[in-house]
Design a protein around this ligand. Structure first.
Ligand SMILES: [Zn+2]
Length: 115
């Protein structure tokens, strides 16, 4: 029966985020967003403000959506993709192979010609 109450008693209004958990000055509501990785973020908005359709996940940076079942797709801008990967992504696999074969043929023709 010692110690615990003293700690509770010292609680000051403002939390680490600069806003108190209880007794916020303006009424706010929390809106849940889910990213493609299943992270939930719950930013709060003023009651009279419209919440945005998407909210960037603070954990992985992917855009989050209001629908947990269908989160928005991750943007396709991974920096380490090669040009060939982009080509293959935009076309069907058959087209990609044709392009690759064509490129190899040209390469062989060039090498054959300069040799
Ligand atoms: Zn996430």
């Amino acid at each position: 029966m010692a110690g615990g109450n003293a700690i509770r008693g010292t609680r000051v209004g403002a939390g680490p985020m600069g806003e108190s958990e209880r007794g916020e000055s303006a009424p706010r509501r929390r809106v849940s967003y889910w990213c493609a990785n299943g992270h939930e973020s719950r930013p709060s908005f003023a009651l009279d403000a419209d919440e945005p359709e998407s909210w960037d996940c603070p954990r992985c940076g992917l855009p989050g959506g209001r629908n947990q079942e269908e989160p928005p797709d991750a943007p396709r801008n991974e920096p380490y993709k090669t040009h060939l990967a982009y080509v293959k992504e935009r076309r069907s696999d058959a087209d990609g192979e044709a392009i690759l074969a064509e490129a190899l043929a040209k390469l062989r023709a060039q090498r054959g010609g300069t040799n």
